[in-house]
Ligand binder design. Sequence first.
Ligand code: F6P
Length: 531
Amino acid sequence: MTPKHYSPASSPAWLALQTAANNAKNINMAELFVAHPQRADQFSLHVGELYLDFSKNLFDDSIWTELLALAEQSPLQSHRAAMFAGEAINTTENRAVLHAALRAEPEDANTEEEGKRIAQVKSQLQAVKQASTKIRNGQWLGSSGKPITDVVNIGIGGSDLGPKLACAALEEYAHPDINLHFISNVDGAEILTTLNKLNPETTLVAVASKTFTTQETLLNAKTAINWFKHNLGLEQPQNSSHFVALTANPANAMDYGIPKEQILEFAEWVGGRYSLWSSIGLSIAISIGFDQFEQMLAGARDMDLHFQQAPFASNMPVILALLGIWYSNFLNIESTAVIPYCERMLLLPSYLQQLDMESNGKATSLSGDPIDHNTGAILWGQTGTNGQHAFFQLLHQGTRTVPVDFIAAIKDDLSNDEHHRVLLGNMLAQSSALMAGQPAPEGQQHRYYPGNKPSNTLLLKRLSPKNFGALIALYEHKVFVQGSIWNINSFDQWGVELGKKMANELLGENAQTTGFDPSTQALFAHIAKNS
Ligand code: F6P
């Protein structure tokens, strides 16, 4: 079935799942484990050093069969093949979606064209290798001849979140003498307070922007340029060794004054929120070294191969996607939480918010029609155990059901046995308590835990670059599977355009507010009067 003629809601499996959902209040997970003692084994799987237990979810065998049928009855297989083959599946922008090519090896190529593409990627990554190695070795010198000690990545959205998350998550591998800083918000206090703590002689700015047109990034870059001018007396700091550009638009970066040899390019077919694998990942390579950066790519590639080759029933991204669809479309659950039990993964929920909500927050089908079913869920989260002392109250006793992805590393060389045992013990206790619940003691309804709350548990053997790469690719493909079944374009982001355009109207010289609503006009006037 081509996407044009497909609507998930008219597939037989969708109708069967609707019927099953009407009886879903009878599903009791604890009872399912008693009836099927092998359930934990049946609904768990390994991919490399990642282990997923999805047995604590609100489904029985027949629902699982129908969810798999839903995937089979959708264009998922052909859509997946089209993505990996480089067809223009981003239809509204007429672009291929090839972030997987950024981690592919020459032997993955099925055609001459794919082989050429992989060679092009390898040569662009070679530039990342050269720059990062020179910086790490102290051979990249500032304008006064001193080695770089601080790298400031200026970028936003996908040009910030992936590198920032990876550098934090992989701190164990970080260069001891080079500090990474990430500036994203146009809030001047962020960049000014950061720069004021740095020595301009030993600071390198990486302007990371796929388009090199993003308002926030260009204003922050301008502020950085002025900071260098003021402190080092350079006339054109962007033309010095203190600046590099990471972009798919080298012409704009050159217009900005950044020398060609300091522009690290990547291809237009890399979506912004899928770009940490490209030269946008320069800061990651600087932090952990290019060999470890390659390990991150290798882990993602392992997940790509698994996603392409494993049958749906044992395909980790497909499994996570189908569970999300079951909750969103059939049990009318609005949100999902991601709780890493690892402080270094604090930024994972923010990263996944862009990946998931910018990709699947859509209401138009691939054939251009309004969608009549739910699409992307609201994703949120925080680390455990911190979340336990904040919002877990609602998870256990609130009126809503929020499926949780618990994520942890089994071993952590930065921690010690005692801490890590307590950390993992807490995570296991939470997922078990959410499912088991507890009856209220006589007359103490406030102590009632309803239980039967679903969760996945995803264990990484350790938080290595390879396993981190596999984890991120797992969620990328989960988002892809959901978009394919929902029949939406997961690769554009038109939703952000209107606000950008209206901000420009308010910011232009002699800004006119006449076209704006009365509330906004009054707020504008209030700010003008009080500033
Ligand atoms: O406005 C959304 C967005 O286009 C994201 O998709 C992207 O990651 C971000 O802006 C930054 O874009 P750029 O890398 O082109 O500066």
